[in-house]
Unconditional design. Structure first.
Length: 136
């Protein structure tokens, strides 16, 4: 499959290029179990989902918050970013606007949510760059 050109990304929507979440976890997971799930899927982040709705996001950097605490006895809620605090994208958001949002917010990924905060997928810097969005 040919990658779209940067010009084509001006009309591409997040729904067209988003990736599914590689790692989805339950908010009742311990930090240790979440880290193991992320390692098993080789994902730098995990979506915390309840009944299809995004509850939060945990990234590899969030594990720095453990600071000596036992990850086997600490639940995910202690380190995850709650969904209400995340910047999210809509499926109809234009890809280049998504790239700008990632850049302005200094994050590497953003969840794509439909009505009811249902998790549809993720837009990542890597996905956009692999499609040529960096050329703009």
């Amino acid at each position: 499959m040919n990658s779209p050109s940067p010009a084509a990304l001006k009309n591409a929507r997040c729904a067209d290029i988003m990736q599914p979440a590689a790692c989805i976890v339950d908010p009742d997971f311990t930090c240790e179990r979440t880290f193991q799930s992320m390692a098993a899927t080789r994902s730098r982040f995990a979506a915390v989902v309840v009944d299809g709705a995004l509850a939060g996001l945990v990234t590899i950097g969030d594990f720095a918050r453990l600071r000596g605490r036992d990850p086997a006895s600490l639940f995910l809620g202690a380190i995850m970013t709650p969904a209400k605090d995340l910047i999210t994208l809509a499926p109809q958001t234009i890809a280049l606007d998504a790239l700008r949002a990632l850049d302005e917010s200094h994050v590497h990924q953003m969840p794509v949510l439909s009505a009811g905060r249902k998790l549809e997928g993720f837009i990542t810097r890597e996905t956009l760059m692999s499609l040529g969005a960096w050329d703009e």
